[in-house]
Design a protein. Structure first.
Length: 180
């Protein structure tokens, strides 16, 4: 079975995934009267599980909505010891080196993994563990905030698979990692 790690995330023109205050309101700055999901539902159908960091987990919990994920969610955290009772069996806490975390998740039968959260994505990229990225760019400059990308020891090359324009303003690019 092939194991593939995917990113599907919105970003500002200047590469931020949250504003200086951690806000996400700018993601909805382009009117979307028909609630176009820009391919998210089709994408998520192909995923076996989601891996997110603790900050992303806290952000989702802070939305005050019903848990939005139908697939298993693995939260990378060294500090959280338990998940809320209503999320037990849906959310699993994991820690340790990413290679060990991935081996454990793969042994549970989850091979197509959605990687979410700035630090988590950066850490996966540092270890060259991202295979595909779908980046949806909102035409706004935030001037600071939480960056999508961080420092890398080595250059990582990607190939553009497709590019789509949504709502006449939003550009979504799908990249695949070039591996020799």
């Amino acid at each position: 079975m092939i194991n593939t790690n995917f990113v599907f995330i919105g970003t500002s023109l200047d590469g931020f995934i949250a504003d200086k205050n951690g806000g996400l309101e700018w993601l909805e700055s382009i009117p979307n009267p028909n609630q176009n999901d820009m391919g998210y539902m089709e994408f998520i159908k192909g995923m076996d599980a989601l891996i997110m960091g603790r900050n992303s987990f806290d952000t989702v919990l802070g939305f005050g909505i019903e848990w939005p994920y139908q697939l298993p969610v693995y939260v990378l955290s060294n500090s959280i010891k338990t998940v809320p009772t209503e999320l037990q069996g849906k959310v699993f806490l994991v820690s340790g080196p990413l290679s060990e975390v991935l081996n454990s998740i793969h042994s549970s039968g989850h091979h197509n993994l959605y990687i979410d959260g700035g630090k988590t994505i950066q850490n996966f990229l540092k270890e060259d563990l991202i295979d595909e990225m779908i980046l949806t760019t909102i035409p706004v400059l935030l001037g600071g905030g939480s960056p999508l990308f961080g420092d890398l020891e080595n250059q990582l090359d990607f190939k553009l698979v497709s590019s789509t324009i949504f709502l006449e303003h939003i550009v979504q690019r799908h990249y695949r990692r070039i591996r020799e």
